[in-house]
Ligand binder design. Sequence first.
Ligand code: ATR
Length: 274
Amino acid sequence: MEQYAVFGHPIQHSRSPFIHQQFARQTGQAVSYRAILAPLEGFADAVAQFHQQGGKGANVTMPFKEEAYRLCHHLTDRARRAGAVNTLWWDNNGALWGDTTDGAGLVADLLAAGVVLQHRRILVLGAGGAVRGVLQPLLDKQPTELVLANRTAEKARLLAADFADLGKVQGGGFADIDGSFDLVINGTPASMGGSLPDLSRVTLAPGAACYDMAYGAGQTLFQQWAEREGAKINLAGLGMLVRQAAESFNQWRRVAPDANPVLQALKAELEGKA
Ligand code: ATR
């Protein structure tokens, strides 16, 4: 069995072991995958120890994604842009590689739902690490324009400037939002905390899609807003979670698992809790 793991703090509720164990079974890969609680001050040591004990690769979740980025000897282009890493592996020389698959997972989930990105107007709410991590894969799909709106407007402006070479992207505050959008993505954790960003200036184009990168049992507050606004497609981040895992699995094993049955299983479990 080749060993993989996810490092985080906390890690107890991580779905990654379930997801990767299903992928291994489905593809017939001899892979084990477990969750490891790394001490807040001991991430690098925990990763080194895992490698010494035979670990082949790992996922990284909160709060270690930026530290993982700094630890890597080699980065994929999208990880360098993201400034964060969620997927690690060692090459034959023992050098540590880092990638981020979150954005690819988001785009895969949007495409699976039939959402078109090319030549569309996209609004992204938030300008933190989670949003930075998905911008390159979104811009690679060549939307007409990508607008970043954030509570702290300056942060959105700076983030937009970092990606301006990849397409038309502009940042500002919620009060600067103008026109209608074909896709609105919530990249703030606000709807989990019982509040929503100020969406009073957001208008959905006919047939628009909404996506909450967060998810929970039942609809998130953002999804409830999207439903009231008549969004045609209304998704939350569980699909992104499963599809980013599929991207990581493929990066390690060069085998693409089918994310759909695993997503169905997780959805059924969450709906049971709602
Ligand atoms: P993450 O890594 O999850 O993106 P982060 O880097 O701390 O976390 O970023 C959180 C994002 O959610 C930020 O864009 C934050 O807005 P600010 O930059 O103004 O702080 C946004 N956010 C958090 N709580 C919010 C709320 N209640 N309303 C609106 N935006 C919120």
